[in-house]
Design a protein. Structure first.
Lengths: 821, 122
């Protein structure tokens, strides 16, 4: 019996030690994870900030006082900008260490070292695009005596001071899950982070999309479906003409294929991706208080913790800035100081071109042809390491004088991209935080290079301005950049940059406000120089402009309400076409089954995407059906269905809207019904009737409550590692596609930050982001702001000039940072 | 009874201190040491298991006094596809089995080597 027990004990002990020390499958090593002292349980002990804490940072010149207010926002009072940067590194690491680490590894192409082989595709993309090399080059080119260089170094010292002081019980949650330790922070990581933003905001493949379309329906049709000029003009830069202006001329019909069938490949479904940032500023003459107002709500991928970290930095007589920083950047990126407020939207200018290269060998190339001569390719070997330092994979990455080579459909394409050449952006962002006026802010931001943005800025003197920022290339020939270029000739290369004075811009326009929402920034009637292609429809811009035109005495609370306004210019434009078509079809006896009921339900809709609305879903399904029927020509032959996944690409809805003006366009005809030639009204009617059928099938009878918008469309804020139990999912929100706070199909994109700033004698601001300041999932500050964000509320931002101005009852915690050797 | 409780209490303290000082694996080490030297205890494996469990419960209680352990259990349970309440149970069970099996193994080894004391016989 003893022997049996001993053997059983040996087996149990061996098994426990095995799972205790070794990860099994996706499970971490259980022993270290469940250790009741230094394992994952210890995360509970760091859930709350200690009321008083003292830390040390090497290199600090003076002590720094950090007061956390009751929203857990650190107010950093330092004697110099470098000390402030050191303190920022420390406090951000204290709250968001894992995020810092992950976000530095991602653009560096080193996620595999933390996450293993599953991250290999992401790492490969970053390294093949040359993002880390580009950041390394930019860092090496920095003057080591420059303020920016010293600031990045100071920030790194702050982060590393926190890492060095980590006890066994201080590791963030995620490291316990991964069985890993944080990497030390390098100053260059700040530049990696900006490259990552560039990849998120300015990496496009319009040329390849257009090529796929041309391969199916010809060049003329491809040009019309992915146009250089938006069919609906509501520009950022106020122009002379009437806006919105709709191009109602007919689209050219589908033509003959313009390229070999090998290029006809499915494209990604782009419906779920909603890049939908807004910003606007109101002049004193139009505001109720007589002061300039500024609103900003950049829409990005929503994550927990948030991409943003809120902070206030004070260096007497030098710096007093409040706002959000990207975790890993020493600068406040979006925010305000006591004189100026600013915010950004992405302007989607075309800043990337592809060149078809001729190589001497398709397998092991060494040279590429340029102007009739062979030139050597630059080659480097990229090794991808696993968590234990083992080599998971290796690639040889080639580059021409333009940039890295990527392989698409068997062709070698080199790409030139402003993001890879950026040198001045980090410094511009850093210096702009001290601007005292709109003019000074704009002059400072002239050094901004990438990713291209549209900034709205306002100051205490009552000035407001909007300006496109970032370098935009000028191309040879007709200037267009929406096609693949011939890489064998240097005549294809960029010939210069858009001069700053011609960049979209307005200062104190007569209309009393400025606004941008990712739309085409200049009406081509004012300047038709090529700036980009396939612009987002200006639905949000139309709605913003309408709201601002209708209000003559705008209050900060109006701006808050506008941020989640449920109205939709898109619905206002499309719904009448559906209803008119239904009427005509019914009168002519051509109405498909169910159309009368569907039209009656749609007519009841107030065209608002409130949470309780029970008709928006019908419209959304009708638009989906309309796109599927209309763009069936974009489904490669042999593909069975007409879903977005099957199409080679899907044109913007503004193109679909333009098509509505052409009753008998060939695009309306559905290829699958060879014996019928459909026209616009029939397609609209069929789409609406089919939408009713789908809605009833999916959500039940419209009277039963299943159609309520809050039951259908949600915001989904995933944890950085997509761990569901650390995420906030299925959040009902007000807003639909193309409202001012649009909800994408997947719900993973949304308003990442909202601010309303009033630039009076005392600057006042209300702000929020979805998430919380802490990266600790069990901290009350992990997701404490989500409930308010969901319903469009904002928090008042405290902005004390001196520590004594922060009311004692609003101080959550104090941190004193002292110089350390 | 009192002496047995005291023994478990002291051993639990030792397990807790060893875990805090060296890590989870020290429970196996300490359990084995206990199994090897505990000539006076009956069922040293059980004693070690119970003591290790108590020691770990104490550590969890100390942690719970400092932060939201229950919420943490829910989050960890979500990651491991377990109900939240099961996570502390699994944690303590891990300690119990680790300490108990190591002690039991040491007792067995001692018996086989012919140096067993009275406390190890069934």
């Amino acid at each position: 019996m003893t022997r049996v027990r001993t053997i059983a004990a040996a087996v149990v002990l061996a098994a426990l030690l095995f799972v205790g020390f070794r990860p099994v499958g996706s499970l971490p090593a259980v022993g270290r994870l469940l250790d009741p002292w230094s394992g994952v349980w210890s995360v509970a002990t760091t859930a709350h900030l200690p009321e008083h804490a003292v830390g040390g940072i090497p290199g600090l010149r003076d002590s720094v006082l950090v007061l956390y207010d009751d929203r857990a926002v650190p107010h950093v009072f330092a004697a110099s900008p470098e000390d402030a940067a050191r303190a920022m590194g420390y406090v951000v690491a204290r709250d968001r260490l894992f995020q810092l680490d992950l976000q530095a590894r991602a653009p560096a192409g080193k996620l595999t070292e933390l996450l293993g082989a599953r991250a290999l595709p992401l790492d490969r993309e970053m390294r093949r695009l040359g993002l880390p090399q580009s950041a390394d080059r930019a860092f090496a080119a920095l003057d080591s005596t420059s303020e920016m260089y010293r600031t990045m170094g100071a920030y790194a010292a702050g982060v590393n001071a926190w890492i060095d002081g980590l006890g066994r019980r201080d590791l963030p949650f995620e490291y316990h899950l991964l069985g890993a330790r944080p990497a030390r922070w390098e100053p260059v990581n700040t530049l990696y982070l900006l490259r990552r933003m560039g990849h998120m905001l300015a990496y496009s493949a319009d040329e390849l999309r257009r090529e796929r379309v041309a391969a199916l329906v010809g060049e003329a049709a491809a040009d019309a479906l992915f146009p250089v000029e938006s069919p609906i003009q509501e520009p950022v830069q106020p122009g002379a003409g009437e806006h919105p202006r709709v191009d109602s001329t007919p689209l050219p019909p589908p033509g003959e294929p313009a390229a070999p069938p090998s290029l006809v490949v499915r494209g990604p479904d782009e419906r779920g991706r909603v890049q939908a940032s807004n910003n606007w500023a109101v002049a004193p003459a139009k505001s109720a208080t007589g002061y300039a107002l500024l609103e900003g709500d950049p829409h990005l991928l929503l994550t927990l913790p948030s991409i943003w970290y809120e902070a206030h930095l004070v260096v007497p007589e030098v710096l007093d800035v409040y706002g959000v920083t990207l975790t890993g950047s020493p600068s406040i990126i979006i925010g305000f100081n006591r004189d100026v407020a600013w915010s950004f939207t992405t302007n989607t200018a075309d800043v990337l071109d592809y060149y078809v290269e001729e190589l001497d060998d398709s397998e092991r190339p060494a040279r590429y042809r340029l102007d009739g001569e062979w030139r050597p390719l630059a080659a480097r070997v990229e090794e991808y390491l696993g968590a234990r330092g083992e080599v998971l994979a290796a690639d040889t990455v080639y580059s021409t004088h333009r940039g890295p080579i990527v392989w698409r459909n068997g062709r070698a394409l080199s790409l030139r991209w402003t993001v890879l050449e950026d040198q001045g952006t980090s410094e511009a962002l850093y210096r702009a935080t001290t601007a005292r006026s709109v003019d000074e802010w704009l002059r400072t931001m002239e050094a901004y290079e990438a990713p291209s943005q549209t900034a709205v800025v306002a100051d205490r003197a009552g000035n407001i301005a909007v300006r496109a920022l970032g370098r935009v290339p000028l191309r040879p020939g007709d200037g267009r950049g929406d096609r693949l270029f011939d890489g064998t000739t240097s005549a294809s290369d960029w010939v210069g940059w858009w001069p700053l004075e011609r960049q979209p811009f307005a200062l104190n326009p007569q209309q009393g406000y400025v606004a941008s929402a990712n739309q085409q920034p200049i009406d081509p009637e004012d300047d038709d120089t090529y700036l980009g292609v396939n612009w987002f429809p200006p639905w949000r811009a139309m709605r913003i402009n309408r709201l601002l035109r209708e209000h003559d005495a705008v209050t900060p609370d109006d701006l808050r309400r506008f941020q989640t306004d449920p109205g939709s210019a898109r619905a206002d434009r499309f719904v009448p076409w559906f209803l008119a078509a239904s009427r005509r079809l019914t009168q002519a006896g051509r109405d498909p089954a169910g159309l009368v009921a569907a039209a009656a339900l749609l007519a009841e809709w107030d065209r608002r995407y409130t949470r309780e609305n029970a008709r928006a879903v019908l419209f959304e399904l009708a638009i989906e059906e309309l796109e599927d029927r209309t763009w069936d020509e974009l489904v490669p032959p042999g593909e069975g269905d007409a879903s977005p996944d099957a199409r080679v690409a899907t044109p913007m809805e503004s193109v679909l809207y333009r098509l509505l003006y052409d009753e008998r366009s060939a695009w309306w005809d559905v290829r699958a019904t060879a014996d019928v030639v459909e026209d616009r009204d029939l397609i609209l009617g069929q789409s609406l009737a089919a939408a009713l059928e789908r809605a009833t099938e999916r959500y039940g009878d419209p009277a039963d409550g299943g159609w309520r918008w809050e039951r259908i469309r949600h915001a989904n804020i995933y944890h950085l590692l997509y761990v569901r139990s650390l995420s906030a999912l299925g959040l009902p929100v007000q807003g639909g596609p193309s409202t001012l706070s649009p909800s994408s199909g997947s719900g993973v994109w949304g308003a990442s930050w909202r601010q309303v700033v009033e630039l009076g004698p005392e600057v006042t601001a209300r702000v929020i982001y979805p998430g919380g300041q802490s990266g600790n999932p069990v901290s009350p500050r992990y997701d404490d702001r989500i409930a308010k964000w969901q319903v469009g509320e904002l928090d008042s931002a405290l902005m004390p000039e001196l520590p004594s101005q922060l009311p004692a009852d609003r101080v959550l915690a104090t941190l004193v940072l002292r110089p350390e050797r | 009874m009192v002496r047995a409780s005291l023994r478990v209490g002291l051993l639990a303290l030792a397990f807790a201190l060893a875990t805090a000082a060296f890590g989870w694996w020290s429970v196996a080490l300490l359990g084995a040491v206990w199994g090897g030297v505990a000539v006076v205890a009956s069922r040293p494996g059980v004693t070690a298991g119970v003591a290790a469990g108590v020691g770990w419960v104490v550590l969890l209680a100390v942690t719970a006094a400092q932060g939201p352990v229950w919420d943490l259990a829910q989050r960890v349970g979500g990651v491991l596809a377990l109900p939240g309440w099961l996570v502390p149970v699994v944690t303590v069970a891990f300690g119990v089995l680790l300490g108990g099996s190591a002690a039991e193994l040491a007792v067995g080894a001692r018996t086989w080597r012919g140096i067993g004391g009275g406390g190890v016989n069934d």
